[in-house]
Design a protein around this ligand. Sequence first.
Ligand SMILES: [Zn+2]
Length: 510
Amino acid sequence: MKSNLSRKNLQNLKELGEPADFWDYFKKVSKIPRDSCKEDQIREFIKNEADKFGFQTIIDEIKNIAVMIPSTNKALTNHTKIIIQSHMDMVYVKDDTVEHDFSKDPLNLQLYEIDNEKWITAKGTTLGADDGVGIAYQLTLMKKIHEKELNYDFTDITLLFTVSEEWGGEGAIFINKDLLKGDYLINLDSEKENVFTIGSAAFMVYKAGIKMKRISLAEEKEILLPVKISVKGLVGGHSGGDIHEGRANPIKILTQLLWKLNREDKIYLNSFKGGSWETSISKNSEATVFIERGNYSEIKDQVMKICSNIQHHFKGIEKNIVISLEELKDFTDYTYFSKDCQNKLLNILYLMPYGPYCFHSQKRDLVHTSNNIGPIRSMRSRIEFGICYRSFSQYGIKMLHEKVNSLLELSGLRYKFYNYQGGPEWAPDFNSKISNIAKNTYREIFGEDINIEAIHAGLECADFKKHNPQLEIIAIGPTILGAHSTDERLKVSSVLKIWKFLVTFLNKLI
Ligand SMILES: [Zn+2]
């Protein structure tokens, strides 16, 4: 079938079908600014709705808000307690070509169709379906319970809305633990209608500083030529969610090149840099080195040969790797790292683990422990690099870090690690009560099986589980593609599917 990509502004919410209240709330929420750490207006909106329907609200110190919906069955004392949770903030990204002030402009919702499938997107900006859909589901549920269209006699429901999920996760980390008193928690921040999540990996980010000796170049100036070697065009990605894809790390590629040239004593390293965040796989890297003038074309041939081997190695994964070598004109920084430091540094970086380290013993296609390298920056007398470990156990993180530590120790260089960020694991139990009820409910409604998975990235649920280990948690949600980018889009039919699941699931969790 031919795709029809024409977009039109969303005029009539009726075009989106059921549940109508969901779409009404989704549209209202898309008009409210909700930057991370600036959730005042959306919290106010939620509070007003709860007040209007006569439900009590609690705002904790970090400014999460909870709406309490007690069971109407007063005769029964032993109610099941279910928490339904989303995050209030959204990621602000816009195309350079659009004028948009997130702090006051409503998102410009648009509707388009591909192969008879309707999608909602926002013109030139993120859509904030991550996690506006969660908020809209919760408010719809609250309204329908108030209007007695839905009735959960046996359960006390808490609607929990957290702050700053997209920026450090403080809402979940510093939540008032009383808000997590319950039997089950349903997180509404998942992005695939046919996958429910029941586990996520722990992570730990370190910065390492290595002391380096720098030497000034004097009389060799005439014979040495400064050149820049760049690695560009890599796919990059999320250091948790994409680590199983086998994508190249430009820091590792550049290291390999420099290591080979260094073996033949052909380079003097002046600088090395690449990447911007520990939690993302970088897309490019570059180094400045001095080479002997007479060796330029030989080295260039050598680099191109290594490049073609690398391209072949990553065939099908990395389609646009470009490695280039260019002479630097007007270069003035005639210094380089001592040969001893250079040898040791390149050895460490060449040997340093990167990517999946081992797979989960109960789910063989799930990465259990991994690490990412980057960013890296050289300075006058030191080199700094970041390393992000992820694992379904603290044991895994510790083991990998011990190995990296041993490597640095073996090098004999002076170094130091600084730990500055981390999050707990949410260890998956593939046979938990909540996942079994979810599987049965899904099959009963849709006649097909749901995939129950754990992911290698970190989730708020891991902090909830840490605060209340008794809580059984599952993450669900409609299909959203391209979250955190201006391509973000929400599959319309998927909203009803997850709604049907949610309202039935609540009845089964007793
Ligand atoms: Zn989210």
